[in-house]
Design a protein around this ligand. Structure first.
Ligand code: TEU
Ligand code: CA
Length: 558
């Protein structure tokens, strides 16, 4: 009944920022290999590797120019094979990023496709300009769609005299999923990696593959045109066919990154009877601190956040749970308190993540409570999305200070600063000049400082991963909300008459929860034991200290 990917905790590596071994300032595959023992010690069972393929890095690897290669910055195919083998020795599986909505414009398919007579022409979505008075005249873009990165979704190509569609950066042309040849190419790529021993894929923006029409969309603040490509039936069909024709022949799983899904549309993508994806990343809980688009921040409200998580826990059989990834600001800076209660709030978020129902995904650095960056200007930002949005806001006459505050709070570079291994000048990440600035707080927040400290954030992650791995209640128990206020999130996990109650205080003042009992674990403890759930606990009178998180024994489920 249960699957191995439900029993293991996933750790996401953003290779560029994980560990550099040759001093070029860029993380690499040998660096990942050198840290495998540490990941094993943490207790994780699966690594999700963000893209390591050749790429001109317009979007740092999410613009792929060769799906069957390894970017020389990261190493060689031999390094990759060694990584797979070394991980396997430690019983760690590896999943890779599958980016198939678009390629790089430097991919040979796209280069060939710029020639109207090429057999590759139809691999992409080309259209003539509108109201163009004659051949060779550019005209206006074919429709009014806008891209995820804030610009128009069409780019004019001089060479072929037509526009191509790109839902992300202009160096990321969208593939044409109406073309059966594209489908065959992708199947071939998937088999190539599965045959090398990869255990599955994280499927990038996978619910937007199929565009039903290229008509003008209803005008919106963002993503005009999305009604023609979000979770369309054509996409469902592609996913079912990829499952049947490729994935079913391997012992593997898929997690889809699915944008703008509701609990209803999500069920069609990952429902067990659908034969599409095994689980999905949804975004709704990540949108609870914003107005409409992520650039307009709204004060974090724990109640809204908890209600959204609860809704998804109850609606979906098996969620992919996450609080952080390479696109999102750091969770302690966003849902916790990265100043006075940095330690306690990072630990509270750890307990939340590891006690939800579903597969937990931890992002590199989260296990030591890394925070948002401390950059002071746009010159320090590398992310294409941040620069595009900054420029757009400039065009809209937003004052400079407002623009910078938008970027500071939401930039994806918040999560992409190098891993903080130690307090030294290169943070133990590099002996050279890092590709992206290292947060100055690495002198305090780093792995070396936490590794042997039994009370550290990292020690709690390690304990909680083991506890979850051993607890059927935490893995398979149902999720039942108990109480949600602006500060308190209380829920129960129940299995076969046994239950655990989780109480989380999302505030810097004390909270009376109204729950009493036997506390098995608290984030205020001075050491974290993996057998915490099996030993007698201590009496809990109902009051939580600032940012305190407690797991209570609740023997009688009802
Ligand atoms: O992200 C898609 C996505 O919708 C967003 O999370 C995106 O990062 C952006 O914030 C929208 O405002 C995936 C990848 O995770 C991301 O790194 C890539 O840039 C993107 O697809 C394109 O491949
Ligand atoms: Ca390197």
């Amino acid at each position: 009944m249960s699957k191995w990917w439900q029993e293991r905790v996933v750790y996401q590596i953003y290779p560029r920022s994980f560990q550099d071994t040759n001093g070029d300032g860029i993380g690499d595959i040998p660096g990942i290999i050198s840290r495998l023992d540490l990941l094993k010690d943490l207790g994780i069972g699966i690594i999700w590797l963000s893209p390591v393929y050749p790429s001109p890095n317009a979007d740092y690897g999410y613009d792929i120019s060769d799906y069957k290669g390894i970017h020389p910055d990261f190493g060689t195919m031999a390094d990759m094979e060694k990584l797979i083998a070394e991980a396997e020795k430690r019983d760690i599986k590896i999943i890779m990023d599958l980016v198939i909505n678009h390629t790089s414009d430097e991919h040979p398919w796209f280069q060939a496709s710029r020639d109207k007579a090429s057999p590759y022409r139809d691999y992409y979505i080309w259209r003539p300009g509108r109201e163009s008075p004659g051949p060779g005249r550019q005209g206006k873009p074919p429709n009014n769609w806008t891209s995820f990165f804030g610009e128009g979704a069409w780019e004019y190509d001089e060479k072929s005299g037509e526009y191509y569609l790109h839902l992300f950066a202009k160096k990321q042309p969208d593939l044409n999923w109406h073309n059966p040849k594209v489908f065959e190419e992708v199947k071939d790529i998937m088999r190539f990696w599965l045959d090398k021993g990869i255990a599955g894929f994280r499927c990038d923006v996978i619910n937007i593959l199929y565009k039903t029409s290229l008509k003008d969309g209803r005008k919106k603040l963002a993503l005009t045109g999305s009604e023609y490509y979000l979770s369309q039936e054509g996409t469902h069909e592609i996913l079912r066919r990829l499952r049947r024709e490729v994935l079913d022949s391997y012992d593997c799983f898929t997690v889809g990154e699915t944008v703008f899904v509701t609990t209803e549309t999500a069920k069609d993508l990952c429902g067990q009877d659908r034969g599409e994806l095994d689980m999905i990343f949804s975004f709704e809980h990540m949108e609870t601190d914003q107005y409409f688009v992520k650039w307009f921040k709204r004060k974090f409200h724990a109640g809204r956040f908890a209600r959204t998580i609860t809704k998804w826990q109850q609606a979906i059989d098996w969620n992919a749970n996450y609080l952080e990834n390479h696109d999102q600001p750091r969770c302690v800076s966003r849902f916790g308190d990265d100043e006075k209660f940095w330690d306690k709030s990072a630990k509270l978020l750890c307990i939340l993540l590891l006690t939800l129902k579903g597969t937990p995904f931890i992002y590199q650095g989260q296990e030591i409570g890394m925070t948002n960056f401390d950059f002071t200007s746009m010159d320090e930002i590398r992310d294409v999305e941040s620069h595009n949005i900054y420029r757009l806001a400039e065009k809209l006459h937003f004052p400079a200070r407002v623009r910078w505050n938008m970027i500071r709070a939401t930039s994806r570079d918040n999560a992409r600063t190098p891993m903080q291994w130690d307090a030294g000048p290169g943070a133990g990440f590099t002996a050279g000049e890092p590709w992206l600035g290292i947060n100055k707080n690495h002198e305090v927040i780093n792995m070396a400082a936490q590794l042997d400290d039994p009370a550290s954030i990292r020690s709690l992650y390690k304990a909680m991963i083991r506890i979850r791995n051993m607890s059927d209640i935490l893995k398979y128990g149902s999720f039942e909300p108990l109480k949600i206020t602006r500060r308190l999130f209380a829920y129960k996990r129940v299995l076969d008459g046994k239950a655990l109650t989780i109480l989380l205080n999302f505030s810097s003042s004390c909270v009376n929860t109204g729950f009493t009992g036997e506390a098995l674990l608290s984030n205020y403890a001075d050491k974290f034991d993996t057998d915490a759930l099996d030993r007698p606990g201590t009496a809990f009178a109902g009051r939580l200290r600032p940012w305190e998180a407690v797991i209570l024994k609740a023997g009688d489920a009802r």
